[in-house]
Design a protein around this ligand. Structure first.
Ligand code: NAD
Length: 298
């Protein structure tokens, strides 16, 4: 299939490479010339703008952009995709944005005669490179069925979550819980160690008791508990605190729009904001434990 791909960053570039590997023809666009030339070297064609890409003979367009403002400008802008794309071309936005913006863009696409799916991902840059992402997809089920084989070149779990915007709903709900649970584990681990307990023993107890969760078992924030996690390498790599802050902001914003309380989500957002303001936004999100550790450097 001839696919258009916009947004060749940390996630988009490896995803686009996997589409090439699966034998698809690709036309790409990014504001960064270096990102484009790296994909062109791998076999993609380049387009000079979203408008030119939309007018190429593509059957499907995928976007992987930083935030809602970029998504709105790329789709709805004067020189954006919807102003130039032929009706019938399917559009998939895999960026993480708030559900209401996703619904607004999907509705504009529908009016223009273009089926649209929101398909945010989890799995990080490692999952993007390995082609093992989870796609949470919102939109018409027939469009989902049609595009599933394409998404399968980039991901392992591809889940239909309901109507337009529901992929983003699943993503913000999961990541809000992840932020809250990481802070909970950090608080409990720091308390236990401050009271004289060995971190590894405490983690072992938690992980065979009712406090067990992904943040304690698979991604424990206390250094020395697990190998091959960011806590074991100075909190480098992994999922940046600023990305978690962004997702917690999306959850709070979406909650406000439906007047739904997210008390712990808002508190988690403030804690990550504090951590980011202290200059730690680039550290993995499990480094939030350094807000609690008296002996920590950060
Ligand atoms: P990134 O900043 O590395 O890449 C974004 C790319 O979009 C850049 O190459 C940038 O030049 C390009 N871009 C920006 N505006 C553009 C425009 N108007 N037209 C064309 N290209 C434009 O971001 P990323 O880490 O690849 O993340 C992309 C999305 O995926 C975000 O919404 C993020 O929240 C989400 N996400 C990221 C991760 C992760 O671990 N990095 C995991 C899951 C989801």
């Amino acid at each position: 299939m001839h696919i258009g791909f916009l947004g060749l960053g940390n996630m988009g570039a490896p995803m686009a490479r996997n589409l090439l590997k699966a034998g698809h023809q690709l036309t790409v666009f990014d504001l960064s010339a270096a990102a484009v030339s790296s994909l062109v070297e791998a076999g993609a064609h380049s387009a000079a703008s979203p408008a030119v890409l939309a007018q190429a003979d593509v059957e499907l367009i995928i976007t992987m952009l930083p935030a809602a403002a970029h998504v709105k400008s790329v789709y709805l802008g004067e020189d954006g995709l919807l102003a130039h794309v032929r009706p019938g071309v399917t559009l998939i936005d895999s960026s993480t944005i708030d559900p209401l913006s996703a619904r607004e863009v999907a509705s504009a696409a529908r009016q223009h005669g273009n089926p649209m799916l929101d398909a945010p991902v989890s799995g990080g840059t490692g999952g993007a490179a390995a082609g093992t992402l989870t796609f949470m997809v919102g939109g018409d089920v027939a469009d989902f069925d049609r595009t599933q084989p394409i998404l399968a070149a980039m991901g392992k779990n591809i889940v239909h979550c309901g109507d337009a915007g529901n992929g983003q709903v699943a993503k913000v709900a999961n990541n809000m819980l992840l932020g809250i649970s990481m802070i909970g584990v950090a608080e409990a681990m720091a308390l236990g160690v401050a009271l004289g307990m060995d971190a590894k023993v405490l983690a072992g107890i938690i992980n065979t008791s009712s406090g067990r969760c992904w943040s304690s078992e698979v991604y424990n924030p206390f250094p020395g508990v697990l190998e091959n996690v960011p806590a074991a390498r100075g909190y480098s790599g992994g999922f940046g605190s600023d990305l978690m802050l962004k997702d917690l902001g999306l959850a709070s914003e979406a909650a406000k729009q439906v007047r739904q309380p997210v008390i712990l989500g808002a508190l988690a957002q403030q804690l990550y904001q504090t951590f980011s303001a202290q200059g730690n936004g680039g550290l993995d999100f499990s480094a939030i434990i350094n807000l609690y550790r008296k002996d920590a450097e950060a």
